[in-house]
Design a binder for this molecule. Structure first.
Ligand code: HEC
Ligand code: HEC
Length: 489
């Protein structure tokens, strides 16, 4: 029997928080919480931007980007905003949309490069959120395919790996994501309480017949697009060094790297991007988004019919936008290169109020609650002569980029490569305090179920259970300071 289960709940949590305080993880070191640490006001190092913290705060190029590249950044932004149209059209420059798609441009979902949100009511479209789909392996061959790691999931036989709710004229969208919520309440110290909404997902208006009975749905909201090039330049070994898959140090936290297939290098590599770290590189993420979200083919993924499956024969027969002018596909190599440059160089804003006593006290509460065990404060990026402005920067993403079991409450029960149905990648917290300013809402977590930062913390479970209990039991003033700290990131 696990010794802790001998104690009742509140005592267990008290012990858990005492344990954390007694043995601070090494990264806490001996931080002086009376003043900011050197460099922490610039989370992206010299690549941070110091422009206004307004609605456009996630739309600036890296502060140290050479002047000559800024034009390419703007053109890349143009590719990101480009509205695709269906084929055939009077121009071959923009056609190729779909046939099935979720949105007509990258920017339609990544609005202001900020985070998406669940539909506000049944009339609101789910444009900045979608459902990933798959099924468990059905036979030895599929088991073998998954074990070999070349594919991360077995697609739903008719609907593929993602629910596209829209289609070009003459074809039907696949169906509609439906969410219903029920509220549960959580008691906090000093007589406070919070209410969490527990979502339940289903798909309505299925236009291509019933789904497989074992279909697994994974809701995902659009993440913010800042600092991605810096995250890509963190040396894989620095991320892997923090992994502790068997929890050998016994702190209850066992970060694991995702291992995903990189078709470009032809090998399994560390996964970095997406809510389950299912993508190895920014280019792979970008071209997958082109194909799965908009239905656009690229030299890397030349499927003009996007996520249409063999069961969707009409979809496969629709005209495509492949053109000799674009390397025989719908978006040329030049376009994907510009998009790569753009997505690598969106700057992280400078922090606000780093010297504020409440913020500093909140930072201390963050360490005392053990948040930094997963939300690793800083890394130094690799030395890459091809990308000098992203090189050797001390950055403050507040993420270890590893997978953690977050408990049953957050589980989507849909594995993706090495990530289990309970694991999520620690999301970077940089810029999180500007969510309201940039995106006009404050919905957090992979499916936007949390309506504010406190709810986001209270959803933590699994490996983060002790951290959550620390938040529940800490004095109210500390909880408020902790939120001030998160708002300053
Ligand atoms: C329909 C909405 C939608 C569209 C259109 C879309 N995205 Fe995304 N994007 C998302 C969602 C949702 C995720 C999270 C995916 C996941 O976790 O698997 C994401 C993730 C990303 C990420 C990874 C960010 C991170 O923090 O890991 C990048 C980069 C990205 N998208 C780029 C693009 C580009 C480039 C395009 C256009 C070619 C695009 N997206 C189009 C919704 C969209
Ligand atoms: C065991 C690792 C772990 C610990 C410890 C942990 N977190 Fe997290 N955190 C995560 C993961 C993984 C997610 C994403 C979960 C999801 O989206 O379902 C997350 C999500 C969040 C989010 C929402 C981020 C977003 O982009 O929506 C916030 C805010 C956050 N954590 C703050 C904290 C704070 C504050 C603490 C300490 C009280 C803490 N976390 C402790 C792993 C951890």
């Amino acid at each position: 029997m696990h010794p802790r289960s001998l104690f009742p709940g509140s005592l267990t949590s008290l012990l858990a928080s005492l344990l954390i305080m007694a043995a601070p993880p090494s990264t806490a070191g001996d931080i002086d919480f009376s003043q900011p640490q050197p460099g922490e006001a610039l989370p992206g190092g010299a690549a941070s931007h110091s422009k206004a913290h307004n609605r456009r705060a996630f739309s600036h190029p890296n502060g140290n980007m050479p002047f000559e590249q800024r034009l390419d950044f703007r053109v890349g932004n143009g590719v990101f905003k480009k509205i695709w149209v269906s084929s055939p059209s009077s121009t071959t420059a923009n056609d190729g949309l779909g046939p099935l798609y979720n949105a007509r441009s990258c920017a339609r979902c990544h609005i202001g490069n900020g985070r998406g949100h669940p539909p506000k009511d049944s009339d609101d479209s789910a444009v900045s959120m979608f459902l990933r789909l798959s099924i468990p392996p059905q036979n030895a061959q599929q088991k073998q395919q998954l074990a070999a790691g070349r594919i991360g999931v077995i697609p739903e036989p008719t609907y593929g790996t993602q629910l596209q709710d829209t289609a070009v004229r003459g074809l039907k969208g696949e169906g509609r994501m439906q969410i219903s919520y029920r509220e549960i309440s959580v008691a906090l110290s000093e007589g406070e309480s919070a209410s969490l909404r527990v979502p339940q997902y289903s798909v309505g208006d299925l236009n291509y017949g019933p789904m497989h009975p074992q279909v697994m749905l994974s809701p995902r909201v659009t993440p913010a697009m800042i600092g991605l090039g810096l995250l890509e330049q963190i040396p894989a070994r620095a991320i892997e060094a923090a992994a502790d898959p068997e929890d050998d140090d016994g702190d209850g936290i066992s970060g694991r790297p995702n291992r995903v297939w990189n078709p470009h290098s032809g090998q399994l590599e560390l996964g970095r991007f997406g809510w389950k770290a299912g993508m190895p590189t920014l280019n792979q993420q970008n071209v997958s988004a082109f194909n799965g979200d908009i239905g656009i083919s690229t030299p890397d993924i030349p499927r003009a019919a996007g996520d249409c499956t063999a069961q969707q024969s009409r979809c496969l027969q629709m005209p495509d936008g492949n053109s000799e002018l674009h390397d025989g596909v719908e978006a040329s190599r030049i376009m994907t290169d510009l998009l790569l440059l753009y997505t690598r160089n969106i700057a992280v804003p400078t922090r606000r109020k780093v010297k504020d006593p409440q913020v500093l006290a909140g930072k201390q509460a963050f360490y005392q609650a053990g948040c930094q065990q997963c939300h690793q404060p800083s890394f130094t990026t690799a030395d890459n002569p091809d990308l000098p402005q992203l090189s050797r920067q001390k950055i403050w993403p507040y993420s270890d980029l590893l997978l953690h079991d977050m408990g049953e409450g957050l589980a989507d029960n849909r594995p993706e490569f090495a990530a289990s149905g309970r694991e999520w990648r620690t999301p970077p917290l940089w810029g999180i305090g500007l969510t309201e300013t940039v995106s006009g809402h404050s919905y957090y977590l992979h499916d936007g179920r949390a309506r504010n930062l406190l709810e986001a913390m209270l959803w933590h479970g699994g490996e983060a259970e002790a951290s959550k209990q620390a938040v529940i039991t800490m004095p109210k003033a500390d909880r408020q300071n902790l939120i001030r700290f998160l708002e300053s990131l």
